[in-house]
Design a protein around this ligand. Sequence first.
Ligand code: XMP
Length: 509
Amino acid sequence: RIVVLDFGSQYAQLIARRVRDQSVYCQILRHDITADRIAELNPKGIILSGGPASVYEDGAPRCDPELFKLGIPVLGICYGMQLACAALGGEVANTTSREYGRAACAVSNSGELFADMPAEIDVWMSHGDQISSVADAFETLAATPTCPHAAIRHRDLPVFGIQFHPEVTHTPLGGKLLENFVIGVCECEPTWKLGDFADAVIQSVREQVGDRGVICGLSGGVDSSVVAALLYKAIGPQLSCILIDNGLLRKNEQQLVIDEFSNHFKADLHVVDAEDRFLASLAGVTEPQEKRRRIGHDFIDCFKAEAEKIDDAHFLAQGTLYPDVIESGADPDGPAATIKLHHNVGGLPEELGFELIEPLRDLFKDEVRRLGLELGLPESLVWRHPFPGPGLAVRCLGEVTRDKLVVLRQADAIVVEEIEKAGLYRETSQSFAVLLPVQSVGVMGDARTYENAIAIRSVDTSDFMTADWSHLPYELLGRMSSRIINEVKGVNRVCYDISSKPPATIEWE
Ligand code: XMP
């Protein structure tokens, strides 16, 4: 395996994913992990990520300098390179201007790191500091017009540094460079496969579970479906699934989940129709966080009540993913907890008294999707846009009522249908309708109307932390608007949300 030490880079997870693209397992570790612990983990290579700090700043995150002496190849990226240099001899200076963007990088020494690459490559830079001089122990491998030491290597130790970011798509040959490091320098065998991973998980689930029962909550989303598919393969009839229909699902969603479920496995499925209960507790509530709190609370109660009906249930399976594990600080070797943006309503508390099974906790989202396909789940499910736990409640602004949900559900179905017809479902990350808490005046035939307004929201994003509004064709927006106004009773106006995140968020509440 390869390990990435995280110095607070927005790209640490991306580095790990790119390494896994080479079929090599990669794990993200806290930056201050000791060299002894790294030696115990015995990785074939260490990557030091970038980070926002300046190496000479007080309190700047550092690594254990002993790690450079382990004889394990090290690749420092940006801040990671500056750290390696500062530890092994060299000067880091603040550049007069921040360098940010594309640069042409001339390779003067095409040794292992730049093997089979042209003499000039496009790279992506994003830094304030850079190396101003390197100790004699280092040699320079590449330079850009403004960065004299864009890539370096130590003459005696297997320590490399690059100032640019190979993990982003703006460095077109970044994947090749990482391959040269991971496969060439570190001599990793490219043997890590999702299929093997699935086999190993299935095996370990069987051992852990024995002949006891497992419960899995289904939401219609990809994560819980992949968990259910994996567990069904592992333990078949010992699996029971629970779908709570909180009345806040999209059009036909309950039926869709039931159909998909019965097409793929024969496990025991419990569908709980809890619309009345959820709508009753949402009555009169307009504050978004209060809506979330009540929905979360009701969800747990409903789930608990249903789970009690299932005999021999000892385990609860959850679709926790690797980014959740990293961000929650749950891995003792992983980076410290950062602020989690959302408490996922589907996340069930420990008080339920089940032992947890989290078969996806080593995987990134795109790997979960690939695994879903390997397990035979349909593309339409595997690529479904994410849907928030509180569902349509946070898209029905102000008080949630049954009547408003009817309007919103129809408008939302039209938005998604038209996006699909235009072939843009995979290109956009999330597309949906929002029912605004305003009425506006319109005219239909000869009559004046005073009805609801719908906002269409469609965003493009890779991580949902930042997002741009989708630049949808006018014709498509026009079709959505006229269909919604014509087909959905009670709507006379449609707007398109052209706010990016930040400063807006993806959801309206
Ligand atoms: P925002 O609105 O914060 O959303 O830009 C980012 C992503 O998170 C989803 N989201 C939620 N998911 N429970 C969830 O499970 C929630 O309370 C929640 N709020 C937002 C949102 O759909 C988007 O994908």
